[in-house]
Design a protein around this ligand. Structure first.
Ligand code: HEM
Ligand code: HEM
Length: 218
């Protein structure tokens, strides 16, 4: 299996980054919603620290993914109405934007709250605000919270479209992004198609052809 994408398949690089990031982002959203309502405790602090470290990992993976996307090719677009292709491109753009805005707003919120930031207790990251800032704190929190709800809507459209391509259009859109599934075998040709492709057309009139002079010779 190729590491780089081909005309009809996403490569291992693009597929691995897509699914690792999808799992991390959905997990971060669920943990984020759960953790903010917890009562204060050492456990809550640990969960917050984990959420922030994994969120920063998503930011680093996004930079890697964007660099990889520039170096890699895109598989050819499958046949679909133009409005669908344009909508898919717009939703992909929105997903990239949110993958950047969510970790950055989390980092900004943390900085504007005046808290230090560490990556898995291994090293410190700088503050984006240089100290507490109440106005920026509110703004960053809104972007982080509402941005996530926009992500959920974009994701419903994105995953819904992928499932529609798979189960209704029965094309390769989802399969060529999945890690393990093989491509669909080509659909069997209908009898009409086979006949059109292989049979010589019948003569239009029924007049017997004149015998060739060569054959008519004794
Ligand atoms: C793709 C990455 C991320 C996603 C999807 C995500 C998602 C979320 C969600 C859904 C919430 C709950 C929002 C609410 O209801 O208040 C949340 C809260 C939070 N997130 Fe993230 N987050 C991400 C990255 C980060 C990063 C990188 C940081 C910090 C460096 C961070 C810091 C926080 C903090 C401090 C809260 C708690 C806010 C509060 O207490 O009200 N997040 N996150
Ligand atoms: C947080 C979760 C997800 C994010 C952020 C995300 C993001 C993206 C992005 C940005 C692309 C465009 C890749 C490019 O052109 O560079 C893409 C492609 C794709 N995604 Fe997702 N995705 C997520 C989850 C899912 C899920 C759950 C499914 C399936 C149910 C899915 C199916 C696909 C497929 C099939 C493609 C390829 C589309 C094509 O060939 O044009 N994604 N995804």
């Amino acid at each position: 299996m190729a590491f780089k994408s081909e005309a009809n398949r996403w490569g291992i690089g693009a597929r691995t980054l897509h699914w690792i990031m999808a799992v991390l982002i959905i997990g971060l959203g669920l943990v984020g919603l759960y953790m903010s309502d917890l009562p204060n405790s050492p456990q809550k602090i640990k969960i917050y620290a984990l959420h922030k470290s994994i969120g920063l990992t998503v930011l680093a993976l996004l930079l890697l993914r964007l660099a990889w996307r520039m170096a890699d090719r895109r598989p050819d677009e499958l046949p679909m109405p133009r409005w669908q292709a344009l909508t898919a491109r717009a939703v992909h753009g929105l997903l990239y934007l949110l993958m950047l805005a969510l970790p950055l707003s989390g980092w900004l919120y943390n900085s504007a709250s005046g808290y230090p930031l560490q990556w898995f207790s291994l090293f410190n990251l700088p503050s984006l605000t240089g100290g507490a800032d109440a106005a920026l704190k509110g703004l960053a929190h809104d972007v982080h919270e509402y941005g996530f709800f926009v992500l959920v809507l974009a994701l419903l459209a994105h995953a819904g479209a992928a499932l529609k391509h798979h189960f209704i259009d029965r094309d390769d859109t989802l399969v060529r992004m999945l890690p393990l599934l093989r491509r669909r075998p080509p659909a069997p040709l209908s009898r009409a198609t086979v006949m059109t492709a292989t049979e010589t057309p019948a003569p239009l009139d029924h007049t017997p052809a004149a015998p060739s002079p060569e054959i008519a010779k004794p």
